[in-house]
Design a protein around this ligand. Structure first.
Ligand code: ZN
Length: 381
């Protein structure tokens, strides 16, 4: 069994929208109250409050009981994550207080909703929903979301039977996700970040600059903030389209793809933060996984340590700065840094498997795959 998510647009009435908004506010207030309590508890006892202590706070909110509990479960989970990172000697702080702009969804983990022609929510009634496709499998959870441009969505997760399809025929490759290029494959294929996304990102930055120039609390600032939100939403939609397209092309062509098991959360804290999130790696990795399963392609995640620093020809390890874009080694290896990493990733995934080879020779396969991607590396559709 595996989980899949299904997103549909909701059309609440004005009155329903007011209730939905009040739920977002209640969720935010609950999160912040729980966080404040947890911090105080930690200061006084040196320990983190457990799930039961936190759950006691969820009674008496206007939220459906399970929705409220989901808020406290989420906070408990972040606190546990923080404690684990602390124990591992990493830098870790409490989760952050959420302003209302950051609380954009609430989740029904099991009950409290029924999907018919409308979406029946406990305490609200039937909300109009545009069901543009049938949900497969048994529905497990519902998350109600508000987009920055104030559209409402219902996201269901369902449990679907694992596809009975076996692994299909096709080439195998390792893939390195990068900043300079979107991805580099061990057969030499390069997937570039599309230009139109770069332009859209420039427009977003411009609108953000305009926003920060506006006076705080002013009417113009409010308008500028909505502008930013709308441009941001358009950009995310475009980026998601790109990720869907790339992941579909990849699973259609390859029967086996190895990639790094990226600790996106850990990376997002580092200096790479902006670029990592911009590239949508986490989202991409999820898309690739579920598309692969349907297409009969196998995706294998490998430990990311030292894939860049190790020489793919002789195995020696040498530190590289981020600026060093070319891999040169005393053994004579000379290739793009990300191609070197992609080959290492492939090797790591296939180590010990009979018949696996991922050598520099595979760069000649670039020609073969030129039909999949045009010369700039975007998918040829
Ligand atoms: Zn070497």
């Amino acid at each position: 069994m595996r989980m899949r998510s299904w997103k549909f647009r909701l059309y609440p009435s004005r009155q329903q929208e007011n209730i939905l908004d009040s739920y977002l506010i209640a969720g935010k207030d609950l999160w912040n109250a729980l966080l404040e309590y947890s911090k105080k508890y930690y200061e006084e006892t040196g320990k983190f409050p457990g799930r039961n202590r936190l759950n006691a706070f969820t009674k008496g909110t206007p939220l459906f009981s399970q929705v409220a509990q989901n808020v406290s479960d989420r906070l408990a989970k972040s606190i546990r994550g923080m404690a684990t990172r602390k124990r591992a000697g990493m830098k870790a702080g409490f989760p952050r207080f959420k302003p209302i702009e950051r609380m954009k969804s609430f989740t029904y983990p099991q009950f409290g909703f029924v999907l018919n022609n409308k979406l029946e929510l406990s305490g609200i009634g039937g909300i109009c929903i545009k069901k543009h496709r049938e949900i497969q499998g048994k529905i497990k959870t519902l998350t109600v979301k508000k987009s920055p441009s104030r559209k409402w969505f219902a996201v269901f997760t369902s449990e679907v039977e694992k596809d009975a399809l076996g692994r299909k025929e096709g080439p195998a490759a390792g893939m390195d996700l990068g900043i300079e290029h979107f991805a580099y494959l061990s057969d030499g294929t390069v997937i570039e970040n599309p230009k139109h996304l770069k332009y859209a990102e420039e427009r977003l930055r411009e609108s953000q600059r305009r926003l920060s120039a506006k006076k705080k609390g002013g009417k113009n600032r409010k308008k500028a903030r909505l502008d930013v939100a709308i441009i941001y939403e358009k950009l995310s939609n475009k980026r998601r389209d790109f990720l869907h397209k790339i992941s579909r092309r990849l699973v259609e062509k390859y029967s086996f793809i190895a990639m790094e098991n990226l600790n996106i959360e850990g990376m997002a804290r580092s200096f790479l933060a902006k670029s990592v999130l911009d590239c949508g790696w986490a989202e991409f990795s999820g898309m690739l996984a579920y598309k692969a399963e349907e297409a009969g392609c196998e995706v294998v995640l490998v430990e990311p340590a030292l894939t860049t620093q190790t020489c793919s020809k002789c195995g020696s390890v040498r530190k590289k700065s981020l600026a060093e874009r070319w891999h040169e080694c005393a053994c004579g290896a000379s290739l793009h840094r990300d191609l070197n990493a992609a080959i290492n990733i492939f090797r790591r995934a296939t180590a010990g498997h009979a018949g696996s080879q991922a050598s520099g020779e595979e760069t000649s396969a670039h020609q073969k795959w030129a039909s999949v991607f045009d010369e700039r590396g975007s998918p040829a559709l």
